[in-house]
Design a protein around this ligand. Structure first.
Ligand code: ZN
Length: 76
């Protein structure tokens, strides 16, 4: 574990792996997610089923979807 203790959004050190990992806070996690929605980030290739073969990836994806609120005014 090297980079996993530093928030990829703000660079703060993360003391332990919490619910917002790999980000330091929900604020940074949401800010990163908004980057995807706004088109700031994009995928360099199509997603395939093999991408979800890793249980950790599939679980992280499911957890991220579970945090979305479709009625959040930021998404309208
Ligand atoms: Zn952060």
């Amino acid at each position: 574990m090297t980079d996993s203790s530093v928030c990829p959004k703000c660079g703060d050190t993360i003391p332990e792996r919490g619910p917002t990992w790999p980000f330091c806070s929900k604020r940074c996690s949401d800010a990163d997610l908004m980057g995807w929605f706004s088109g700031e980030y994009c995928l360099s290739r199509d997603i395939t089923e093999e991408d979800f073969a890793d249980p950790a990836v599939a679980q992280a994806f499911a957890e991220k979807l579970g945090t979305l609120d479709p009625y959040d005014p930021r998404f309208s």
